[in-house]
Design a protein around this ligand. Structure first.
Ligand SMILES: NC(=O)c1ccc[n+]([C@@H]2O[C@H](COP(=O)([O-])OP(=O)(O)OC[C@H]3O[C@@H](n4cnc5c(N)ncnc54)[C@H](OP(=O)(O)O)[C@@H]3O)[C@@H](O)[C@H]2O)c1
Length: 413
C-alpha cells in the first residue's frame, strides 16, 4: 500500500479541532499537516498563531493541494454540506460528527459509492475506543450476537456523581455543564439522543442493520431520582444509561437506549465518569470488553488521527454486513425485565404496561413496580409521562423477597 503525505483542510477549531492540532504536533507517526482551517467566527481569539484561518469553505474545498478534509464542526447541517462538497472535489473525509453521520447515513453510503472515496468516522462513536473499525474488520467473520455499552460520557458522569455523592439530577447536570461535559442544551445527552445516534451507527457496522436513530427506543435519565439511587445502593447496583442491540432471531435485531441497574458482575459496573465501555458477544470469541475515554480533546483527536492515518493507506469501510444479502430488520416486539416508578395517580397506567409483576411497592409518594413489560408500552409510558422513572433490571429476573410483595388492588388507585 502507498502511504501518502496528506495536506489537511480542517473545519472547526474548537475542543476537538484544537486537540487535533496539538496531537499532530506531538506525533511523528502520521505524515500530515494542517494546511488551512475554516472556522465560523473570525472575531474569536485563537490559541495559536501559526495557523492559516479562513471563514470561506471553498478555500479548503477547492485547493488542489488539500487531499483530505477533516470535519470537526459542531453543526450537523453545515457538516453534511462540507462532506458532500469535499467528496465532489475528490477529497476523502474524516469526521467526528455523530449527529451528521446518523442523520445522513444512507446518503453517506451512496456518496462514498458514487465518488469512490472514503468517509471515516471512528470518533463519532465512543471517541477514543476503536469500536467501529473493530466491528467492521475484526468481527467480520465471527458472528456478533450482541453489543451493549455506555456510549455517552455526560450522562455517565451525571449518574456516577449522583450515586456516589447523593446529589440530585439538577445539581449534577450543572456540574457536568461547568466542566464542559454536557451540552448547554442538555437534551441531546440526558434524553438519550446522542446515545441513539451512536447505537444506530454501531448497529450498521455490527449487524448491517440500516435504521434511523428515531427508530430506536430511547428512554433518558431525567426522571431517575433519589428513590432509584437508594434502590441501587441497597442492591449493590449502579445506574448507567446503556445502549444495546442484540439478535432476537437470525434476521432481526432489538436496539434500545434505556437506563439500567448494572451489577458488579458486569464490566460496565466499573465504567464511571466520562468513560465509555462496550461489551461485544460473538459466536466464537464469546464476550469481549472495550473501555476508554468517550469525550475530551485528546481522546477524540486520537481517533481522528487514526482515521487520518487510515486514509493515508487508502482504507475505507466496506460495509460488508450491509451489502450481505441476508438483510436484518429491527425487532420491537419483545419484553424486558424492568423497574418502573410513577406518582400514585399514574399507578393504573404503569400497571397496564406489565405482562407480569414480581414486586409492587406503594407509599404516599408513588408506586414502584418491577416485572416483565413490553418494549413498545414502555416507550409509550416514557413518551407520555416524563415523571415515569424506568430502569432495566440486570439479569433475567430481579430477586423477590416475600417482604417486598404487597397486595395490590387496582381499585385502590
Ligand atoms: N468534544 C468532544 O469530546 C467530542 C467527542 C466526540 C465527538 N465530538 C464531535 O466533534 C465535533 C466537534 O466538537 P467540539 O467539541 O470540538 O465542538 P466545539 O468545541 O463547539 O467547536 C466547534 C467548532 O466548529 C466551528 N464551526 C461551527 N460551524 C462551522 C461552520 N459552518 N464552518 C466552519 N466551522 C464551523 C466553530 O467555529 P468557531 O470557533 O468560529 O466558533 C468551532 O471552532 C462535533 O461534531 C462533536 O459532536 C466531540
Amino acid at each position: 500500500m502507498n502511504k501518502q503525505t496528506l495536506n489537511i483542510g480542517l473545519f472547526g477549531f474548537g475542543c476537538v479541532g484544537y486537540g487535533l492540532y496539538q496531537v499532530l504536533n506531538k506525533t511523528n507517526g502520521v505524515q500530515a499537516r494542517i494546511k488551512k482551517v475554516c472556522i465560523k467566527n473570525p472575531q474569536k481569539v485563537r490559541p495559536v498563531s501559526d495557523v492559516d484561518f479562513t471563514i470561506t469553505a471553498s478555500e479548503l474545498i477547492d485547493d488542489p493541494e488539500i487531499t483530505i478534509i477533516v470535519e470537526l464542526t459542531d453543526d450537523a447541517d453545515a457538516a453534511f454540506e462540507i462532506v458532500k462538497a469535499a467528496l465532489k472535489q475528490g477529497k476523502g473525509v474524516v469526521t467526528a460528527n455523530k449527529k451528521m453521520v446518523s442523520e445522513h447515513f444512507a446518503e453517506l453510503l451512496d456518496l462514498q459509492k458514487q465518488y469512490q472515496l472514503p468517509v471515516l468516522y471512528e470518533a463519532a462513536a465512543c471517541a477514543s475506543i476503536p469500536i467501529i473499525r473493530n466491528l467492521e474488520e475484526y468481527y467480520d467473520n465471527d458472528t456478533l450476537s450482541r453489543i451493549e455499552g455506555i456510549v455517552n460520557g455526560s450522562t455517565n458522569f451525571i449518574l456516577s456523581k449522583a450515586l456516589n455523592e447523593g446529589l440530585d439530577f439538577g445539581e449534577t447536570l450543572s456540574i457536568a455543564q461547568s466542566l464542559g461535559y454536557a451540552e448547554s442544551n442538555p437534551s441531546l445527552d440526558v434524553d438519550g439522543f446522542d446515545a441513539a445516534y451512536k447505537l444506530q451507527i454501531l448497529c450498521a457496522h455490527a449487524f448491517g442493520l440500516l435504521i434511523s436513530a428515531s427508530d430506536i427506543t430511547r428512554i433518558g435519565i431525567r426522571s431517575i431520582g433519589q428513590e432509584e439511587f437508594r434502590y441501587a445502593r441497597e442492591k449493590g447496583f449502579k445506574i448507567k444509561l446503556v445502549a444495546q442491540a442484540f439478535k432476537t432471531s437470525e434476521q432481526s435485531i432489538a436496539a434500545f437506549v434505556i437506563p439500567k441497574f448494572v451489577s458488579a458482575q458486569s464490566p460496565l459496573f466499573g465504567v464511571d465518569d466520562v468513560y465509555n465501555g462496550v461489551i461485544t458477544e460473538t459466536a466464537f470469541a464469546d464476550r469481549q470488553f472495550f473501555s476508554g475515554k468517550g469525550a475530551g480533546a485528546y481522546p477524540t483527536a486520537s481517533a481522528v488521527l487514526s482515521d487520518i492515518s487510515a486514509l493515508s493507506y487508502n482504507y475505507r469501510y466496506e460495509y460488508k454486513k450491509i451489502h450481505n444479502a441476508n438483510a436484518t430488520e429491527l425487532d420491537t416486539d419483545f419484553r424486558l425485565q424492568v423497574y418502573v416508578r410513577v406518582p400514585l395517580e399514574l399507578g393504573k397506567i404503569a400497571h397496564s404496561v406489565f405482562d407480569s409483576i414480581d414486586v409492587l411497592q406503594q407509599d404516599k409518594k408513588g408506586i414502584c413496580i418491577t416485572g416483565l413489560a413490553s418494549l413498545q408500552r414502555l416507550q409509550e409510558l416514557s413518551g407520555n409521562f416524563q415523571e415515569a422513572a424506568i430502569v432495566l433490571c440486570d439479569g433475567e429476573k430481579t430477586s423477590v423477597t416475600t417482604a417486598e410483595i404487597q397486595t395490590f388492588e387496582l381499585s385502590e388507585l
